[in-house]
Design a protein around this ligand. Structure first.
Ligand SMILES: [Zn+2]
Length: 409
C-alpha cells in the first residue's frame, strides 16, 4: 500500500471517530457505573449486558458465553464475543471488563472533565474496550476488512488470574491459532507491550508445635523455622533481580526478574505461646528469558534443603504459575503495529516489556503474535485518581481499526 493510501485511511478513520466522541464517552461512563470489582467478582453479568447492548448497536453481533466458576465467587461470569467483517483471515481484539476494587465508591460515578473521563476502570480497561468496539465498528463501516474479520473477546476475570475467562477461550477451542495477531487494550500508555513477564506464586506453610511460654522447651517454634527457610529465598530473589532481560523496558522499570518474599506472612496464636504454625508467600514476575519450570524446581529445592537443615516441617503450595509471553519487535505483525502506531501518534512507536503478566500469554502460547496496546496509563491504573484521556482513546481506536486493515486487507 502506498504512503498516500495509508494517510487517506487514517483521515477517514479519524473523520469517522471524531463525531462519535460523545457516544464513546457516554458508553465508558455507563460501563464505569457498573461496579464490576474483582475481587470479589461482582456485577459481571450486568456489565456483560451493557457491553452486549453497545455491541449490538454498533453491529458487532455479540453473543454471551456463560461460564461456570467452581468456587462460586464470581457473580454471573460470562464472556462477550462479537465480530466485525466476515472474511477468512482474522485478528483478535481482547479485553477484560472486571476492575480492581475501588478506593472510594464515588469512583463508580464517572466524571467527564478537562478532556478526560475519571473513574474506576477508565484506564484498566473499560476505556480500552470502548476504543476496541469503536475501532472495530469503524473498520467495518469504512470497508477496511476486505477478506478478513475482527473477533472481539471480552472476559470477566483478568484481575484474579484469568483462568475462567481467557482460559475458557483456550480450553473450549475458541482461539484459532491461525489468527494473524491479537491485541489487548491494557493501559500501555501508547507504548506497545510486545512481551510480558511470567508469574510464579507460592505459599509456604511451616508446622511447629504449640507450648505455653512457661514450657517453651516443649514446643517447636514455627517462626524460627520460617526465619531459617525464608533467608535463602531472599538470597534467591536478590540473585534473580540481577538477571536482566534483553527486551526493551518501559521507563522506570527494572530489568531483573522481580520477587516479593513475605507479601503475606503470619502465624501463631498468641504472644505467650510458642507458634505452632507460620506461613509466608513468595510472588515472582519472571523475565521471558527464564525457564519457569526450572526456576520453580530450584526455588522449592532451596526451601526443602533449608527446612531439612533444621528439621522443619514445611509444605509448599504453588498458587499461580503463568508463562511469560513475547513476540519479537522484528516479527512482521509487530512491525506492522509499530507502523500504524507511529502514523496515528505521529511519533515513533516504542516497544516495551510489560512489568506484569498479560492475557497475551493465552494466545502467544498458540503461536499467535500478541500485544498489549491501549490509551490508558499504567501509573494511574488501580489508583484512586484513575482516568483516561478521551483523545488518546480515539487514537487507540484508530490504531485498532488501521491495524486490522494492515494485517487483513
Ligand atoms: Zn487490565
Amino acid at each position: 500500500m502506498t504512503e498516500h493510501a495509508a494517510r487517506t485511511h487514517l483521515a477517514e478513520v479519524r473523520a469517522w471517530l471524531e463525531p462519535r466522541a460523545d457516544d464513546m464517552a457516554a458508553l465508558l461512563m455507563r460501563l464505569v457505573a457498573v461496579d464490576s470489582e474483582n475481587p470479589p467478582g461482582r456485577a459481571l453479568g450486568r456489565c456483560a449486558q451493557v457491553l452486549r447492548e453497545a455491541m449490538e448497536a454498533l453491529g458487532l453481533g455479540p453473543e454471551i458465553i456463560e461460564i461456570t466458576d467452581p468456587s462460586g465467587a464470581l457473580e454471573d461470569p460470562c464472556i462477550v464475543r462479537g465480530s466485525a467483517g466476515d472474511g477468512a483471515e482474522l485478528i483478535y481484539f481482547h479485553g477484560h471488563f472486571d476492575v480492581v476494587p475501588a478506593q472510594h465508591r464515588r469512583q463508580f460515578t464517572a466524571e467527564r472533565r478537562d478532556g478526560r473521563i475519571v473513574g474506576r476502570g477508565t484506564a484498566d480497561m473499560k476505556g480500552g474496550i470502548v476504543s476496541m468496539l469503536y475501532g472495530a465498528a469503524a473498520a467495518r463501516e469504512l470497508g477496511l476488512l476486505d477478506g478478513g474479520r475482527i473477533v472481539l473477546h471480552l472476559v470477566p476475570d483478568e484481575e484474579t488470574g484469568s483462568v475462567l475467562g481467557a482460559g475458557h477461550l483456550r480450553s473450549a477451542g475458541l482461539i484459532d491459532r491461525r489468527a494473524r495477531a491479537m491485541v489487548t487494550a491494557e493501559p500501555s500508555g501508547g507504548s506497545i507491550w510486545n512481551a510480558a513477564r511470567g508469574a510464579v506464586s507460592l505459599r509456604v506453610d511451616i508446622r511447629g508445635r504449640e507450648a505455653h511460654v512457661g514450657q517453651a522447651h516443649l514446643g517447636v517454634n514455627a517462626f524460627q523455622h520460617l526465619l531459617h527457610v525464608a533467608r535463602p529465598v531472599e538470597a534467591y530473589a536478590a540473585e534473580m533481580a540481577g538477571r536482566h532481560t534483553a527486551h526493551p523496558l518501559a521507563e522506570g522499570d527494572a530489568p531483573g526478574t522481580m520477587l516479593v518474599v513475605g507479601g503475606l506472612f503470619g502465624g501463631g496464636s498468641n504472644f505467650n505461646v510458642v507458634p505452632g504454625s507460620a506461613h509466608f508467600t513468595v510472588d515472582g514476575r519472571y523475565n521471558p528469558e527464564e525457564d519457569l519450570d526450572a526456576e520453580l524446581k530450584r526455588l522449592t529445592a532451596l526451601i526443602d534443603a533449608a527446612a531439612a537443615e533444621v528439621g522443619a516441617h514445611v509444605s509448599v503450595e504453588v498458587t499461580q504459575l503463568q508463562p511469560a509471553a513475547g513476540t519479537a519487535p522484528s516479527h512482521p505483525a509487530a512491525a506492522a503495529l509499530a507502523r500504524v502506531v507511529g502514523a496515528v501518534e505521529e511519533s515513533p512507536a516504542r516497544f516495551a516489556l510489560c512489568a506484569g503478566i498479560l492475557e497475551t500469554r493465552w494466545y502467544a502460547q498458540l503461536g499467535i503474535p500478541a500485544f498489549g496496546y491501549g490509551a490508558g496509563r499504567l501509573d494511574v491504573s488501580h489508583g484512586p485518581d484513575e482516568y483516561v484521556d478521551e483523545a488518546a482513546m480515539r487514537r487507540a481506536a484508530a490504531v485498532y481499526a488501521l491495524y486490522a486493515r494492515e494485517l487483513l486487507a
